[in-house]
Design a protein around this ligand. Structure first.
Ligand SMILES: Nc1ncnc2c1ncn2[C@@H]1O[C@H](COP(=O)(O)OP(=O)(O)OP(=O)(O)O)[C@@H](O)[C@H]1O
Length: 710
């Protein structure tokens, strides 16, 4: 506020020669209390006021007295280019202040009215400025008096509070706001900070403060409200972005490939551990350095980022490092969405030297694994033979695997199955594969020995225990089985007395010889077998239930031979070789004879088959065992077809069965058949063996893939 803008210009003046009466008449005429006195050059030289005139009159000075003699010459003046407030205090005393320019020429008078006008002007301006600020602020502001009437409110607050009425000021908030929570907050006489409130679908953050005067009087309340709905959304987004960043960092760090990020000038901004490991460069050294510098130092052989920046596309190069490593480095430009300029270059470095080495190791490992795999196969096949067990059928293979598995666990086992199916064979296998393998394997058929004899066989006796007993006494089989396996075949034939005694042995883990009182500790594993339904015997009171549960911890059931046809021909083959070798003969079996055997139901199971083959080998005259040599019982069996001329397939069947064909021969024959029929089922039909056998053989020879078996 400059003085010259508010002063009264060209005021009425008196020249110094003018009279006191002229001064008085001017004062009366213009109703002014004082007049500036100037010289002819209009320079201010004094000020004459009513009091000067009154004093002169009182002192009876003549009216013609020039004002020069009356005026006050010590003057307080203002310059036009001064600020108004610089003249306030003086004006209050003087009532008016002459305004001069820098040459001392009078240019105006600043009166009290002028100053008030200046103040009013200033106040209006300030108010409108404040209002503009209030209205333009993004935050909502509402001020109310103590009775809740709105003193002022800005547009943001109107918008946030949803006010539509035009004239809100002076209205009470209670008329305007229906939400009680918001209302009680806006009308609260207490200070409230950072209050979160949901209103009109928005999340508001409100700070509420009482309005207090300089004297400390509370005159109202002001609330500042901020719409933080978007802010909260942004903050959630920010958290998500931060998380993403972290994830990205982790991914980059965990990459086995080296990753380097530069800016648009090739200055390295980021790189991972892998790059550090490959080049031996540390983050402190290289971050902030231009990639070219790495090339200058000979650490890398080419600056990929500059190629990418120059060519504006992905570039791949082979880099030879100082340490001898070879890297395949691919630099990819990242373009700025808005400017379309490259903002970053990301380089991926793959260590080829390491890759080559890994590939070589992998190939070697593969070779090794293939070799071991085939050796394992051979071993497995050999093992099956060593055990003297033929198990071609799926069922038998599963049973054998299970036996081998449970052999390791020292528990009682009950083997179920018809007579001659191979229960004894499995019992032996279990023993051989158990931890007791070095101990004895004691086997006894309970059905084959009369009761009283069986007792002394099992439990032993002391001298003179009964008539016919040996002088020295004898340990029982149970005792002999100590630290080994006791195989009780046909356990169902054990008398009830012996069942009780056996149970006691199993529970006490000790045995008392007949006629003795001394207990002898025994430690054996019991493998029992039966061809009868023990549970039925339990129900009929012929077998003790407690013993049944004691021995039946793990039951294994062997199906009869007729239910596992896949085992038949391999068994015939096995027994032919076995007995040919035993008797130093070379007998073969005709196709028709094989067909008869296939049709037979084998009630005596493997034992019957074994016996028949041995008998045939021994009794048949001539090299070929023919249908006519077979036991009559087999010829009477249903399903037996009388033989036709030998066809090509018959020959193959004979080859497979009668003599072990070489691997190549077998392969060629199977290949020929498979090419002809294109179906494992048909080939199996032709050869009269189970489809799974053919499928397995074809796979073994690599004629079909695993998925092709049909
Ligand atoms: N899978 C097989 N492989 C080779 N030979 C077997 C097989 N199964 C059984 N045998 C032979 O068959 C004969 C009968 O087997 P084993 O004595 O084990 O049968 P079992 O069921 O115990 O008979 P039983 O209950 O009548 O005593 C034995 O000479 C045995 O070697």
């Amino acid at each position: 506020m400059w003085v010259r803008d508010y002063m009264t210009p060209n005021p009425i003046v008196l020249y110094k020669e003018e009279t006191m009466s002229r001064a008085a008449s001017l004062m009366v005429e213009y109703r002014i209390d004082g007049l500036p006195v100037v010289d002819r050059a209009h320079k201010l030289i004094g000020l004459i006021t009513k009091s000067h005139v009154f004093r002169a009159t009182k002192n009876r000075l003549p009216e013609e007295t020039p004002v020069e003699q009356l005026m006050q010459t010590r003057l307080v003046t203002l310059y036009g280019d001064q600020q108004i407030y610089e003249g306030w205090d003086e004006e209050l005393d003087a009532g008016r202040l002459p305004v001069i320019d820098r040459t001392g020429t009078l240019i105006g008078i600043l009166t009290r009215t002028d100053i008030l006008r200046a103040f009013e002007h200033q106040t209006r301006r300030t108010i409108s400025q404040l209002d503009a600020i209030l209205q333009s602020t993004y935050h909502g502001i509402v001020a109310v008096d103590l009775s809740g009437r709105v003193l002022s409110i800005n547009q943001a607050a109107e918008r946030l509070l949803g006010f539509r009425q035009k004239d809100i000021v002076r209205k009470s908030l209670t008329e305007l706001v229906s939400d009680q929570t918001l209302l009680s907050l806006l009308l609260s006489l207490e200070k409230k900070e950072m209050m979160r409130l949901d209103y009109g679908g928005r999340r508001l953050l409100i700070n509420h403060t009482p309005i207090v005067t300089d004297e400390g009087r509370k005159i109202g309340m002001a609330s500042v409200m901020q719409d933080i709905t978007e802010l909260e959304g942004i903050s959630a987004e920010l958290t998500a972005v931060q998380k993403l960043n972290q994830e990205l960092d982790t991914i980059i760090e965990s990459s086995h490939d080296g990753i380097v990020v530069t800016d648009h000038r090739g200055v390295i901004r980021h790189f991972n551990q892998a790059f550090s490991r490959m080049t031996g460069v540390s983050a402190e050294d290289a971050i902030g350095m231009n990639e070219e510098e790495l090339e200058r130092r000979g650490i890398i052989s080419q600056t990929v980022s500059s190629m990418v920046i120059e060519q504006r596309r992905r570039v791949s190069v082979i880099q030879n490092l100082m340490n001898g490593s070879v890297l395949l480095t691919t630099g990819t430009p990242i373009f700025d969405d808005q400017s379309g300029e490259i903002s970053q270059v990301v380089m991926n470095c793959r260590d080829l030297s390491q890759l080559n080495q890994v590939q070589a190791e992998l190939a070697e490992a593969k070779q090794l694994s293939e070799r071991y795999h085939s050796e394992l196969e051979v071993l497995r096949a050999q093992q099956m033979e060593i055990e003297g067990i033929v198990a071609e059928s799926e069922e038998m293979r599963n049973i054998i695997q299970m036996c081998i598995r449970i052999a390791q666990v020292d528990t009682s086992i009950l083997i179920l199955g018809e007579s001659g199916v191979g229960k004894g064979v499995l019992a032996k296998l279990i023993h051989q594969r158990s931890t007791r393998e070095r101990g004895p394997f004691i086997s006894i058929n309970c059905g084959a020995i009369p009761g009283n004899l069986l007792e002394s066989e099992l439990f032993g006796y002391v001298p003179g225990a009964f008539t016919g007993a040996q002088q020295k006494g004898k340990p029982g089989l149970i005792e002999l089985a100590d630290s080994g396996t006791l195989f009780l075949d046909e356990i169902g034939d054990l008398s009830l007395d012996l069942q009780v005694k056996l149970l006691t042995v199993l529970q006490e883990k000790s045995v008392i010889r007949i006629g003795d009182v001394k207990e002898r500790t025994v430690d054996f594993r019991l493998v029992a077998a039966t061809n009868v339904n023990l549970l039925e015997k339990v129900r009929a009171g012929l077998f003790r239930e407690d013993l049944y549960y004691r021995i039946n911890v793990v039951p294994i059931e062997i199906p009869p031979l007729r239910r596992r046809p896949d085992d038949l021909f391999p068994m015939i083959h096995y027994f032919l070789s076995k007995f040919n070798e035993k008797h130093r003969l070379d007998k073969r079996m005709s196709y028709e004879a094989l067909e008869v055997m296939q049709a037979y139901t084998w009630p005596g199971n493997v034992r019957e088959l074994e016996n028949i083959i041995e008998r045939l080998i021994v009794t048949t005259i001539g090299p070929i065992i023919e249908v006519k040599h077979l036991p009559k019982v087999m010829l009477d069996a249903p399903g037996h077809v009388s033989g036709a001329g030998a066809s090509e397939t018959q020959v193959i069947k004979e080859e497979i069965i009668q003599r072990p064909a070489t691997r190549d021969e077998e392969r060629e024959e199977l290949l020929c058949l498979y090419e002809q029929y294109r179906s494992t089922r048909k080939v199996a039909q032709v050869l009269g063996v189970h489809q799974s056998t053919i499928a397995r053989r074809l796979k073994k020879h690599g004629i079909i893939q695993k998925s092709d078996a049909h």
